[in-house]
Design a protein around this ligand. Sequence first.
Ligand code: AHG
Ligand code: MN
Ligand code: MN
Length: 331
Amino acid sequence: MLQFEQTFRNFLLRHQEKHNRTYHFLILMDAIVTAAKRIELYYRTGALKGHLGVAGSINVHGENVMQMDEFAHQIVLHYLTQTERVIQVVSEESEDIIDLNKNGGRYFVYFDPLDGSSNVAHGLPVGFMFGISKRNLDGNIQGPEDFHLRAGREYIAAGMFVIPTGMFTMALRDAGCWRFHSDETATYVKPVRMVLPESTKKWELSFNAGNINTFSEKIQTWIKEKIPQYNFRYIGALAGDFHRLLANGGIFMYPAIVNHPNPKENRPQGKLRLLYEANVVAFMCKEAGGDAIDETGTRILDIQPQKHHQRTTLYVGSKPLIEDLAKFLKS
Ligand code: AHG
Ligand code: MN
Ligand code: MN
């Protein structure tokens, strides 16, 4: 008897049907999946075709733009435009918010088209990360609530493709966090519910260890206490590091840099971007039974963004570890 796995498309159709939802979200997700496949295609052949170099420009965050960053941004924008369902997008690779369908659209999409630029030159794992929120459709009011600057708790979905592994993880609000695998026909199949382990022999600790002396004394103390008991893992792409953490349990962190020998290099707000990096993993983590806070102990999903490229410190992972850290931060 031949056996085949359930497809992502079927999974989503059934989900929408079960919750009495519209087909608009299906159109949006179809575009996101198509974009991801195309990014993956460029990435897989990138070394051969010479696409893995720098583009020669500097982005809004002062970082070197890679050719792949630009390709990925254009690809995502193209497919999102085609849906006619997206009001505005915030992309890491565009200084400005981009209007797609201001009057007729339904969703706001926040994305990092290519996460983990330092891996690009080597063809190592990168991510395409996205978060989605929805226009307030009740009573057609266009008030401040009907705006793209949403806290993560208002997202309706968030997810990430880890490229070129062929794996895709996404969370739907109040409906869990799910992982899919690309099959021989490049179809995402086999929904597997991701639930963070509640305990493990050894938690995983994931951060840029080269930065340790630049963290606040308090954070350094907490980390140094944990190091001997934990495994240490770092890919250098949030999407990749979080992907592993979701299965193994542990904590990923990008603390504030406050003690850099060159004060100009300090980053008191952290490095990662709230709308399309921190919120995306925090949302998935919550749906997988975990949690995420910033360095003041505030829940990432509760931060009310003031700017679309706002940065935040990030501590995301298994609940017992986040609780332990939150208690320590308060003490
Ligand atoms: P991006 O490539 O989209 O700018 O993001 C890179 C981010 C994140 O993915 C990763 O966890 C972090 O930067 C790595 O930073 P360090 O090189 O400072 O460790
Ligand atoms: Mn990124
Ligand atoms: Mn990026």
